[in-house]
Design a protein around this ligand. Structure first.
Ligand code: NDP
Length: 502
């Protein structure tokens, strides 16, 4: 903490306070008098200090910095902050774990949130990603259930391996993300040593109204570094706040972390004929098909002054777009477009966008009025409706995103699980991982899945087997399961596999 200049203590309303050690009492031994408004204000405010913690991504750390354009992407997007090389935009970034509470350890095995708020001249653009390029599920209807299984058993209030693996083994599209999570990338050494990904596909559109499907990658310039399972476990005891500390201390020392920002671009024609659904967030776009194009660099160079004001109250939403960037049909993304603003309204209130950390640096002209805690002029005496003929702010039709064709019946379309759902996890295991990566992956899984019931272990091992037979066999061996039973289960349809293990 820094030493500040001498000032007189006041109440919240600015009245100077004469004494902050002794309550006003009737006699030296009490009782306390209710006329001590300083005491009652102090207690009443303290009683209200906690706000709801985020239901996911509760534990996090943040920093300020800038994004600088390094390559021309103006043929793909009209976004002004991306319009020319050398252009800089202020950013605020929040990194986090996902499942744990606000006091949980930073080195837990978990995806890491990687959220970037770009304060552009056309309003805020939020990139609300993770350190993994894919996700466990591809339908938002499954999200609350999935998160329940990552949290605590409703009876014991303990983390529960049965819940965790029961859900995942009944949700085989999770295999790709599970493989990344249980590799050492599931326990990054610090927030500085990990990549960030939009994971979802988004739309970019240019001045001519042409659109493209894109994914963004933030590649750490510090290099990927991870804890092994044992190191992560030790860290949970010795320094539960290790990533928060590392980010703060590095910036305070003047070692500013940076990321190279790349974009993968798919044309609408390529999307129509691509060999899998390009909007399915359980899959990456292979680099060989869609080479990442570097176009920017992000540097973090300033620590927050106050954690609650700047990091806890920071509110990101994947629905915060600027002209030139829009949503794709990705079903998980569509669910998130609703849920993030909704959760912040619950956590921070209807006017949370006016908090300094969330406020746009571009002019804000809306017809929204009132609501709890309205700290600005609330639109003054101007019109509070549209259309109006009093010179109020007008929509600009020239900014409309391009129309896209959609068709089909409105109903609950089941996603048919296919062999394609196991290919990328298998590729990662066989082709991308080193032998040491595979050893760590298997041992990390065995350590965790070992806590679940045997029938759940068998069901999950069959899914590993479907990704790659060696993968399934090695995990089965570590769990002392019969590998031939796993092989038989892997040959069944998911429905029959579930029946056989229920
Ligand atoms: P490439 O060989 O072109 O790319 C492999 C990618 O895998 C690199 O981006 C690398 O990231 C990343 N990687 C390396 N080691 C690991 C690990 N232990 N865990 C997770 N990721 C790792 O192959 P493809 O593009 O064909 O993808 C093959 C597989 O690689 C995918 O199925 C996916 O699992 C994984 N992957 C792919 C990404 C993509 O966007 N295509 C992104 C991240 C992972 P880095 O260069 O940062 O080390």
């Amino acid at each position: 903490m820094k030493k500040s200049e001498k000032k007189t203590l006041t109440t919240g309303f600015g009245m100077p306070v004469d004494n902050d050690l002794n309550s006003v009492t009737a006699g030296a031994k009490g009782p306390v008098l209710i006329q001590d408004a300083h005491l009652t204000e102090k207690l009443a405010h303290f009683d209200r200090e906690r706000i709801p913690e985020r239901v996911v991504h509760a534990k996090g750390a943040g920093a300020y910095g800038y994004f600088e354009v390094s390559g021309d992407v103006s043929r793909y997007t009209r976004a002004k902050f991306l319009s020319e090389k050398g252009k800089k935009t202020d950013v605020f970034v929040r990194f986090s774990t996902v499942g744990g509470e606000r006091g949980s350890a930073d080195s837990e095995r978990d995806p890491r949130g990687f959220a970037v708020k770009f304060y552009t001249e056309e309003g805020n653009f939020d990139m609300v990603g993770n350190n993994t390029p894919v996700f466990f599920i591809r339908d938002p209807l499954k999200f609350p259930d999935f998160i329940h299984t990552q949290k605590r058993n409703p009876a014991t209030n303990l983390k529960d391996a049965d819940m965790f693996w029961d859900f995942l083994s009944l949700t085989p599209e999770s295999i790709h993300q599970v493989t990344i999570l249980f590799s050492d990338r599931g326990t990054p050494r610090s927030y500085r040593n990990m990549n960030g990904y939009t994971s979802h596909t988004y739309m970019w559109y240019n001045q001519k109204g042409e659109h493209f499907w894109i994914k963004l990658h933030f590649k750490t310039e510090q290099g990927i570094q991870n804890f092994s399972g044992e190191e992560a476990e030790r860290m949970r005891g010795s320094d539960p706040d290790c990533s928060t500390r590392d980010l703060h201390d590095a910036i305070a020392r003047g070692e500013f972390p940076s990321w190279r920002v790349e974009v993968q671009v798919m044309t609408p024609q390529q999307a129509e004929t691509y060999r899998f659904d390009p909007f399915d967030v359980t899959k990456v776009w292979p680099h060989a098909d869609f080479p990442p194009i570097p176009f920017g660099r992000m540097v973090l160079n300033r620590n927050p002054e106050n954690y609650f004001a700047e990091v806890e109250q920071a509110a990101f939403s994947p629905a915060n777009f600027v002209p030139g960037i829009a949503a794709s049909p990705d079903k998980m993304l569509q669910g998130r477009l609703f849920s993030y603003h909704d959760t912040h309204r619950h956590r921070l209130g209807a006017n949370y966008h006016l908090l300094p950390i969330n406020a746009s640096k571009a002019a804000v002209n809306t017809y929204q009025r009132d609501g709890a805690m309205r700290p600005d002029g609330n639109g003054g005496g101007g019109p509070n409706y549209w259309p109006n003929s009093f010179g109020g702010a007008e929509p600009d039709p020239a900014l409309s995103p391009p129309a896209i064709d959609v068709s089909g019946q409105a109903m609950r379309h089941a996603y048919v699980l296919g062999d394609v759902d196991f290919v990328q996890a298998g590729d990662l295991f066989r082709r991308v991982m080193t032998e040491q990566d595979r050893e760590h992956l298997v041992s990390n899984i065995v350590g965790h899945l070992g806590g679940a019931q045997k029938r759940i272990q068998l069901r999950q091992c069959a899914i590993f087997y479907k990704a790659d037979p060696e993968y399934g066999e090695r995990v089965a061996k570590g769990l002392k399961l019969d590998a031939s039973e796993v092989k038989k289960l892997a040959a069944l349809s998911q429905g029959d596999r579930v029946k056989a293990t229920s």
